[in-house]
Design a protein around this ligand. Sequence first.
Ligand code: SF4
Length: 324
Amino acid sequence: MSGMSLTAASLYDRVQRVIPPIEWPVFSDDIDAILALKRERNAVILAHNYQTPEIFHCVADIVGDSLALARKAMTVEADVIVLAGVHFMAETAKLLNPGKTVLIPDMAAGCSLADSITPEDIRLLRQRYPGVPVVTYVNTSAAVKAESDICCTSGNAKAVVESLGVPRVLMLPDEYLAQNIAAQTDVEIIAWKGHCEVHERFTPGDIRELREAHPGITVLAHPECPPDVVAEADFAGSTAAMSDYVGQKKPARVVLITECSMSDNVAVEHPEVDFIRPCNLCPHMKRITLGNIRTALEQNRHAVTIDASVAARARLAVERMLAV
Ligand code: SF4
């Protein structure tokens, strides 16, 4: 999306299905400013699937789930990376690009999973379960990653757990992801009690109501949802896996049991699919706006820094994951 000829006006076609014309003038000035700032500063914008469509489809250079962003962050040649997502994602980009400036437009864009566990918690768990490897979801701080053996995402968690060749692992901090992976593998999984505040709110009753209201609907759920919700769905997978499912199977009507913007972003690419959109908003993801992305590039804020000794150990855990 970094072509010189792009302007807000030429981008509207892309998002007209999800942004009404009356709302567009609110965005177009910031979009033009951001496109110019990216060129001036040799910057790229990495945007998570939960970012709103005017960010995801109009200013982002690289989009995807946490795993895709982590992988693609390593191939970036720009001087500046703006992470349109939450703080742990910006830290991960910084870990993989220590020489680059990594900016997060709002330092308060956190995550209930990342906030649920501390490095001290992991040190105590290691005392309680000596020799059991610690697999940490990428939705954690760099300091927590530094205490871990290997990271995982919802897209690769099963492969990561099985790559270790051990009968038992600690999988932290998402209890539901751990339970959902435990149902797919023979490896014994010890979970933590962290939850995603967005996905934990869905219930099996929500899905049954959707099926009654929309007979024949295909239900896709994120594995951060409780296991009884996943059991009611037709398919469970990471945001990338849900997006691929829609692209490959082209269900006539679909609902994505996940954060709201995900459906909007996938709907833009599949006009032939009817999306039913009950969803829950992530308040942390929604802290990122075109306005604060523009300010981030104008004022070079907020630069992410990670203590060198923490960074070295955390990077190792992320690199081990990327090698799986
Ligand atoms: S959707 Fe859930 S896991 Fe993702 S950033 Fe928000 S709180 Fe964290």
